[in-house]
Design a protein around this ligand. Structure first.
Ligand SMILES: Nc1ncnc2c1ncn2[C@@H]1O[C@H](COP(=O)(O)OP(=O)(O)OP(=O)(O)O)[C@@H](O)[C@H]1O
Length: 258
């Protein structure tokens, strides 16, 4: 893993004018992500996680501070980024290969090589036979895998993922965690991942970043020193439990760990 920061968030602030006055959602927010790192952002609901991710994606402009991607302003680096949302948002009238190729179509002509790449990605996520099928023929977890293929097809250096497995049942979510870890290991992407689930964050991440609320800012940046590739069994180790408790305490979770 190289040490060059691919994402640099410096002193970011985000405020909104509301009928009750100015609401400051993020303040003095600093974060650095290096090439190939998997970073999760956790924190209380409403603490500003999605806001921070959208600022990094260039979808929101911060009130103050800056975000750079490989040293450039976000707006000049959009080709380096791809985003995966909580819902897969696939076009129902296009088959799955057609959905995956969509970002490339927006940029110009789709070549046979790009089509082969899309098929390779389907194989990577275990859906080799799904290309000619339509989204409605797939389960929620399979559709989210197609959405991940769509994010990967343009070879972005950075994947931004906003609670992508939040709508899945626990078993499917576990499987998707393993799958995402494998894709991350095989493709070498930097991933910034927002989640409500502390076990998911600990399982997937090189570092778990905890956002405190009112206003949101980074209150802890915890290195997860567990071996790769992680297996289901790692979830039951004392080291894993210790990380879960450390993160839960920082968030202020009093009972249980979501
Ligand atoms: N356009 C807006 N105007 C005013 N307030 C906003 C606006 N957009 C978001 N907010 C507020 O910003 C805060 C942070 O929202 P955000 O979605 O980033 O939090 P979050 O940590 O991702 O929450 P959750 O975990 O529930 O998804 C919330 O209190 C939200 O109401």
């Amino acid at each position: 893993m190289k040490t060059t920061p691919v994402i640099q968030v410096r002193d970011v602030e985000m405020s909104y004018d509301t009928p009750d006055g100015t609401a400051t959602i993020l303040k003095n927010c600093d974060l650095q992500i290096r090439e190939g790192e998997f970073i999760s952002i956790v924190g209380r609901s409403g603490g500003g996680k999605t806001t921070l991710l959208r600022i990094v994606a260039g979808l929101l402009t911060p009130t103050a501070g800056e975000v750079t991607i490989k040293g450039n302003p976000v707006q000049e680096a959009l080709n380096d980024l791809a985003m995966v949302f909580q819902k897969p948002v696939l076009l129902p009238w296009r088959n799955n290969i057609g959905n995956i190729l969509l970002p490339l179509e927006f940029r110009g002509k789709v070549t046979p090589k790009m089509k082969r790449d899309a098929q390779d990605l389907l194989e990577l996520v275990g859906l080799a036979d799904a290309g000619s099928k339509y989204p409605y023929e797939l389960s929620g977890g399979m559709q989210q895998r197609v959405a991940i293929c769509r994010a990967l097809v343009s070879h972005p250096q950075i994947m931004l993922m906003d609670e992508p497995f939040g709508a899945l049942d626990a078993m499917t979510r576990d499987t998707m965690n393993l799958e995402l870890q494998r894709i991350w290991a095989e493709t070498g992407r930097s991933i910034l991942f927002v989640t409500h689930s502390i076990p998911e964050a600990v399982f997937l991440s090189d570092r778990v970043v905890v956002i405190g609320d009112k206003p949101g800012r980074v209150i802890a940046d915890i290195k997860i020193d567990l071996p790769r590739l992680r297996t289901r069994e790692h979830r039951f180790s004392p080291e894993f439990a210790a990380y879960e408790h450390q993160v839960a305490e920082l968030i202020g979770v009093k009972e249980g760990i979501s």
